[in-house]
Design a protein around this ligand. Sequence first.
Ligand code: ADP
Ligand code: MG
Length: 787
Amino acid sequence: MASSVPPRSSYLKKENAGTARREMGLKVTPRRNVLSAINNGEANGGTSSAPADGGGAEAAPVVEFSGREDVERLLAEKMKGKSKNDYKGRVEQMSDYIKKLRACTRWYMELEDGYLAEQEKLRGTLDAENSRHTELETQLSNAIEELKAANLDLTRRCESLEETLNREKSEKLIAVESYEKEKQERESAESSRDVLTVDLERVTHDAKRFSEQLKMVQDTNKRLQEYNTSLQQYNSNLQADASKSGETISKLQKEKSAMMESMATLRECNNSMSSQLESSRASQQEAIRVKEELRKEVECLRAELKQVRDDRDHSIAQLNSLNIELANCKEQIGRSSKECESMSTKVSSLEETCNTQQKQIQTFQKQLAAATQKLKLADMTAIEAMTGYEEQKEKIKYLEERLAHAESQIVEGDELRKKLHNTILELKGNIRVFCRVRPLLRFDGDSNGPEGASISFPTSVESTGRAIDLMNQGQKLSFSYDKVFDHNASQEDVFVEISQLVQSALDGYKVCIFAYGQTGSGKTYTMMGRPGIDQKGIIPRSLEQIFKTSQSLESQGWEYSMQVSMLEIYNETIRDLLAPGRPNSFDMTPSKQYTIKHDSHGNTTVSDLTIIDVFSIADVTTLLDKASHSRSVGKTQMNEQSSRSHFVFTLKILGSNENTGQHVQGVLNLIDLAGSERLAKSGSTGDRLKETQSINKSLSALSDVIFAIAKGDDHVPFRNSKLTYLLQPCLGGDSKTLMFVNISPEASSVGETICSLRFASRVNACEIGIPRRQTQARSFDSRLSYG
Ligand code: ADP
Ligand code: MG
């Protein structure tokens, strides 16, 4: 910094130095004040605060520094003129020099202060500049951000503009295309207009030609008129000739008459001159010859006359035809001129139409453009619709084919299902035994209330739902059947297990379901149930299933008809439960015979038995109500409502399929057997004794028949009871039999329960038809006897 300070010629030029420093861009420092203070101090004779050394009496020389040169000059200053021994002078010189040096130091310090102040100021400025700079930077960054956003916005706008541009371009292209098309159409219209102009020219040409023709025709007409007049002249000439000829004729006739007269006179002369005959003869001969000649001449003249007349006639005819021709020509001319007129009007109208058509063409062109646009759209939609339609058509075709295929598969599948279903049932065994234990009822047992027998249901894997254990006098009896329903089993649970058998009946098999057990064990409950949805028994549920399934099979072409009959067998006597007007009372002597007959096809008929066609579940419900009303009931100690007769519900199912030509005939027999209790327990006597014996006999017969069939005996004792005989075609063969053994759970019934379970075990061990799996009965007993 110091080096940049320019040298000064004098220490005293303070004003100039300040100006120079200002010129240098440096700030004027507080040095001046200090210097002036020094100066002042010098002037005031040492009253000033400076100099520090406080030289004393001697006034300090006024020293002013304005730059490095001054300092260097001071430093280069030498002691002059003083001898070595002139100490005083040297001291003075030295102190003077020291003062100068001090002033110089002060000047340096002042300069430094000035520099420091300047530095301070500059630092402040720098800080201010810095803050301004950061401010500017933030502003700049803000501006950059804004610019970026603006840029983004602009690019977006640019993109959208580009898009619009593209769109505009494509629209322009479309417009150009449509313009081209329009141009073409206009050209075609122009060409058609040219064609029309050519037509017009042709038409005008035609018109000209027609007018020429008209002229020609008029000329011909004139010529024809001239010809006509010449012909008329010729005609008049001819007529004159004719009149002349007529005159000649008349002259000749006159001559002739004169001749005649002269002949007469000659004759008179002859007469008078008979004398002169000889002489006159020659003259006479002469006269005759003349006369002959004359006659010839006359004839000639006549022929000539005729010729002339013919000529005249011909001329007249010619004239007439010419007249006609003339008229025709005139007519033609008239027509031609009319045509010509119409042609010219036509031409003008054509011109007009041409003009209007041109206008129309223009409008049409516009319309055409719009219409083509529309047509294009319509075409596109039509094409879309067509493709859619074609696709739909193909789809429909494909679906129809698939449907047909599926239908045939259904028929095949149905056949297969029937076979498989039957095989399954055969594998299960054609005689099956289900055991059902009813829950304890409040009024069961003695007056002390119900007391359960120790019945239990084993829960091992293979026995669950298939076995029942009974404790009797400390001894455990175990039985197992195809299915065991405990007291918790609902009607629904039971039906699920037998619904397959019901399906078999629909498939054309004969099915018998028996309910066996002592009175009060739940046979009727199992078969009929109690009113209410959940309480319905097997019979109503089976019918519901049959009607439902038969309806669903209608779609496959099956048609079913159903017939219901209901009877009871009491004391080996059949009673018709649907007989019209049957009294409600207990009738021991039925008037009808009810003979049972079987035909070779396994169809059973009972004479006089009422058979009713049913079409819906409602029909059957009313019949069931009627039947249950008519049932014979007798009072025993066991149960007031206990039935002492076998109730047989028979549903015949006839099915036919027109599509496949199949026919099926199934029978569903649902039998609520009479109570199986032994005589001692029911305590019957008299009629009741006979009744019980009859019941036991028929139940024995039933088991005998089952066992005989199972053993394959030659003789099966069907005829031993009415029941077995009635059901003969439905027992054995490929028919299906299910025996429900109902059990009462109370302790007092243990004896009967054991009997029922043993009976069931024996039946369960039987096989009818196809051999089946090993029976799992674990307890066998000797044959039961009843009564
Ligand atoms: P059965 O016909 O064998 O003489 P019932 O079917 O008349 O016996 O049944 C006797 C009583 O027990 C009836 O009141 C019946 O409602 C009732 N009952 C039978 N089985 C059941 C069962 N599983 N659940 C509820 N109550 C039953
Ligand atoms: Mg009953």
